[in-house]
Design a protein around this ligand. Sequence first.
Ligand SMILES: O=C(NNC1=NCCC1)c1ccc(Br)cc1
Length: 325
Amino acid sequence: GEVSATPEPNESEYLSPVSIGGQTLNLDFDTGSADLWVFSTSLSSSSIGQHAAFDPSKSSTWEDYPGASWQIMYGDGSGASGTVGFDVVEVGGATASRQAVEIATKVSSSFVSDVNNDGLLGLGFSKINTIEPQPQKTFFESVLPKLDQPVFTADLEDDAAGTYEFGRVDTTKYTGMLHVTPVDSSNGFWEFASTAYSIGGTTYQNSGASTAIADTGTSLLLVDDNVAQAFYAQVQGSQLSRTAGGYVYPCSAQVPDFGVQIGSSGFIATIPGSDITFAEVGQGTCFGGVQGNGGGGIQIFGDVLLKQYFAVFNGGNESFGIAAK
Ligand SMILES: O=C(NNC1=NCCC1)c1ccc(Br)cc1
C-alpha cells in the first residue's frame, strides 16, 4: 500500500505524526541516521517539558528487549541514549508490526528545547543503527517488503507542510524528469558522487570532497570548505564568523544562485540566491544556508537544498533521485 505523512515545518525540521502502540508522537524524519527513538516517561519531567512522551506501560503491544541499549551522537553535536523494545509503528498507512523502538532515558539540551519534536525516525541504512548488542531495522526496512514499490519520497516545503510518502512515487508532485543516481550505502547513508558545483550559473569542478549524502535531518547545505569559500567570495561583505559558527553577510547583499551536482550524471541541482539565507543573526547580518562541512570528505545536502526539489529514495535498487517541482 502507499502512505503519506504530512510533516509540519518547524524552523529547521520536518515533523510527521507517528503512531507507536496507539500513542501518537511527532517525529523528525531523518535520512541521515537509522535510529527510531522517542521521548519517554523514563525521562526526567524537566526533560519531558511540553514534549509528548511514549509510555511503554500503556501499550498493550509493547515487548521489552532485555539488556539492549542505544546511544547516538548527531553531526550537530546533539545526542540521546536509552533502552529498547518492540511495538507496532504506523506512519500514514504503512504498519511495521514489530518495529524496534528506542526509549530515551537521556536526551541532549537541544532536543529538550525543540518542543515540536518528540524524537527521530531514522531513514538511513540499519548498518548505522546504534542498538547494542544487535542493530535493528529501520521503519522503512521493516515495511519495505510490503510496499507496492520499495521507495519513499520526501517533498519538503518552505514554511508549508511537506510530505513523506512510502510505497509509491506520486508523479503529479514533480515536473520534468527525475534525475537518478546510484547510492553507495556502505557508510549507512544515501550517499552519491558529487564532484561539481555552480555559482551564478557557471559550473566548476570540486577538487575537494567527492561525495554527498541526502540528509533530511540536517537543515543546512554543508559543502566542501573550498566550495563554500568560493561561493562567499562572490557575496559582498561576507565573512566567516566564529561567533556565528559560519559564513555571515549583510542581509542586503546580492546572493548568487548556487548549485551542486547530483551523481556523476551531470545534473546540477540549483538553489536560487534568494533562498540561501538561513537566518537573521541581528544587526542586519544574515547567516547563510550554504556552509562548509569542516573538512570531512562527505558533503551533507540538507533541507536548504532538498526543499527545492521532489526527492525519491529507492531502497530496491539503492538509488536517489530528484526532480523540479
Ligand atoms: O547527524 C546527521 N544527520 N541527522 C541529524 N542531524 C541533526 C539531527 C539529526 C549526520 C549525518 C551524516 C553526516 Br556525514 C553528518 C551528520
